[in-house]
Design a protein around this ligand. Structure first.
Ligand SMILES: [Zn+2]
Length: 203
């Protein structure tokens, strides 16, 4: 049975794409709803999509290395240095992941169930403990979600400002996002653009 829901704002069908989805945007009216695993709760917010050129797009399929993926949604963040995009993707055999795209550079990150320090008091250059990793802090900042489409696996809403800490431990990239919903830790690796193969668009 497909998981059939309808947009609480306009009534359009909104099938939930996977069990990790937390935020759903409506393709028809732009309404944004929270999803708690059972029902859609309208937030009263709606989305714009800031158009940033990218080889990826909503519903794109392809492969990263030897693994197939599908794009479920994206959120666009604006910060002091410009914009970055977080693509929420489903990877065969590995569940959910995020492809971070920043000026043509990609990283594939996954959500980790580990502890991280509070935002306050951390400075660039510090070494902080994230789970069992010693993470060198590279960047600290604030970013605002300025656009979204599709379905997202983190509870962030258009217009919301988050704080973040980016760092690394050896070859592992760490990104900690501090949102109204809590602290989320992502880790993963940079991905060469050439390792991302995108299928031709089909209609
Ligand atoms: Zn709608």
């Amino acid at each position: 049975m497909p998981d059939t829901h309808h947009c609480p704002t306009c009534g359009a069908p909104l099938p939930i794409r996977n069990r990790f989805v937390k935020v759903v945007t409506c393709d028809f009216c732009g309404g944004v709803s929270l999803y708690d695993g059972a029902r859609l709760d309208p937030t009263g917010r709606s989305v714009d999509l800031v158009k940033i050129p990218s080889p990826l797009y909503l519903d794109a399929t392809g492969s990263i290395g030897s693994r197939a993926f599908r794009v479920l949604g994206r959120a666009i963040y604006e910060y002091d240095g410009g914009f970055w995009t977080e693509w929420f993707i489903e990877i065969d055999g590995a569940g959910r992941a995020w492809l971070i795209e920043d000026e043509g550079q990609f990283s594939a990150l996954q959500l980790r169930d580990v502890s991280a320090p509070l935002f306050e008091g951390v400075r660039p250059g510090d070494t902080i403990k994230v789970g069992d990793l010693d993470v060198q802090v590279d960047e600290i900042g604030e970013a605002t979600v300025v656009g979204a489409e599709g379905q997202l696996g983190v509870e962030i809403l258009p217009g919301e400002t988050i704080r973040y800490i980016d760092g690394s431990a050896g070859g592992t990239e760490i990104s900690i996002e501090y949102t109204e919903a809590g602290i989320e830790v992502f880790s993963g690796k940079p991905i060469q653009r050439s390792a991302i193969v995108i299928d031709d668009e089909t209609y």
